[in-house]
Design a protein around this ligand. Structure first.
Ligand code: LLP
Length: 435
């Protein structure tokens, strides 16, 4: 069985994370609960940050907080010297509530509202990543009215689309995000921005996909964007100072995934950008990246309590847990695969094949299909691994099931980071009928 980060098995055969017995955590905080291994988050963050430092390259490592947004995780990100990327007023609010340094907040999104942009300008955040022509006009108007300067990047689609082990290079004009690099739209956006009095264009941003396992796709995207920077320098004497290459670094969900160390991704990116910048004789821009999944994904483990069993003779053995697609939509949405274990019985032989179902009213509400576990009893604690990214952040109240508690563990300490949602919490926005 693959254990992540600080996970160990205690002498009683229990799964421990961050030096804390998960069976005790389940007792204290209830289930379902997301347990975050904060030491692992820090290790990953340092892997990215230190590599840039070692190579003496100016950089910002911005945690893509859509992967998991909560006050306490912004605080850890701040402690590690990270920047953050937010994609909504809600994420911005949470980062500000955490006291995150405003100049290290970057704002993304393909349909930022006037209200959200005004909020970002009020907060004087570090950078807005401009996605479309509508936003250019809106931001021009807002900054002119307020006579306020704001650093901006142009988001481009470089025609490199990567997913897991494959990447394709295409004219990728048909994307809801950004300006296409090859059909002239990126140039048009550039011309609308580079002389603006209030919008201070720093460079470009691209994000080529998620759960990517090789570095070639990033290098190719970097090359295409740097080439465009060189073109703008030659034609308009514009010096880009920032190249943001987005996120997408892959992690290990199951034995089929073979991720690289953060240092490897970063090293290869730096090489590609340096090579291209040198070839065109342009200054090496600052390199910014936006890892989300690779910072929090395998740091998160979900604990569930097993309830009912159902045997479908000659077909399948179901066990059902006290959560499901309301706390992890990824299996239903993407056919995502997970590994798991019985946290209170880690050393027993894996004798039985189960399908782990959730408790939500939908047949597709399965967390893991076909997993070998020891004989499972009602009341056992099932741990599913690698649920730290896009689990809690995509959780819902379907069936009015409350969202789980989130607990941080580190060096034998544990603390609640997000309270479990109560029935009362879920009903608090409801208003009684008035007639
Ligand atoms: N930067 C930008 C502009 C992005 O759009 C994303 C993810 C990231 C950074 C972070 O990517 P990461 O390092 O986490 O791969 N819900 C899906 C993932 C959606 C990702 C959207 N954008 C999932 O559960 O797999």
């Amino acid at each position: 069985m693959h254990l992540y980060g600080t996970q160990t098995v205690t002498s009683e055969g229990h799964l421990a994370i961050g030096g804390v017995d998960t069976v005790e955590l389940a007792k204290e905080y209830g289930t379902p609960a997301f347990i975050y291994d904060i030491a692992l988050f820090r290790e990953r963050a340092r892997g990215f940050v230190e590599t840039f430092k070692k190579e003496n390259v100016k950089a910002q490592v911005a945690y893509a907080s859509k992967a998991f947004s909560a006050v306490a995780i912004y605080q850890v990100a701040q402690q590690e010297g990270l920047s953050v990327d937010v994609v909504s007023g809600g994420e911005l609010f949470t980062a500000l509530k955490a006291g995150f340094p405003t100049e290290k907040i970057h704002f993304h999104g393909n349909n930022k509202s006037v209200e959200e942009l005004t909020y970002a300008l009020d907060a004087k955040i570090g950078c807005i990543v401009i996605d479309n022509f509508y936003e250019i006009e809106l931001l021009k108007q807002l900054t002119r009215e307020r006579q306020q300067k704001m650093a901006v990047l142009i988001r481009v689609t470089p025609g490199v689309e990567a997913h897991t082990h494959d990447f394709i290079t295409t004219g990728q004009a048909d994307s809801k995000f950004g300006f296409d690099l090859s059909n002239g739209q990126a140039d048009e956006a550039f011309k609308a921005l580079y002389k603006d009095e209030y919008l201070q264009l720093k460079g470009m941003h691209c994000h080529i996909g998620s759960q990517i396992f090789e570095t070639e796709a990033f290098s190719l995207a970097a090359k295409k964007v740097v080439d465009k920077m060189a073109e703008w320098k030659q034609q308009y004497a514009f010096e880009a100072t920032v190249l943001n290459l987005g996120g997408g670094f892959g992690i290990r969900y199951t034995a089929e995934d073979a991720p690289l160390e953060p240092a490897v991704y970063v090293d290869d990116m730096i090489k590609a950008v340096k090579k291209e910048a040198e070839a065109f004789g342009i200054e090496l821009p600052e390199i910014w990246i936006e890892p989300g999944r690779s910072l929090v994904g395998d740091a998160g483990t979900t604990l569930y309590t097993v309830g009912s069993h159902k045997t479908v003779p000659d077909v399948r053995e179901y066990i059902a847990v006290d959560g499901g697609m309301s706390d992890n939509i990824r299996p239903a949405l993407y056919e995502a695969k997970y590994e798991g274990a019985i946290a209170n019985n880690m050393n027993a032989a894996l004798t039985t094949n189960y399908t782990v179902a959730g408790k939500l009213c939908e047949s597709g509400d399965k967390i893991i299909e076909d997993i070998k576990l020891p004989e499972v009893q009602t009341g056992d604690i099932l741990a599913t691994f690698c649920t730290g990214a896009y689990g809690y952040s995509m959780a819902s109240n379907y069936n009015r099931v409350g969202r789980p508690a989130v607990v941080f563990v580190e060096n034998g300490n544990h603390q609640l980071a997000v309270k479990r949602e109560s029935y009362e919490d879920m009903a608090q926005l409801d208003i009684e009928l008035k007639w």
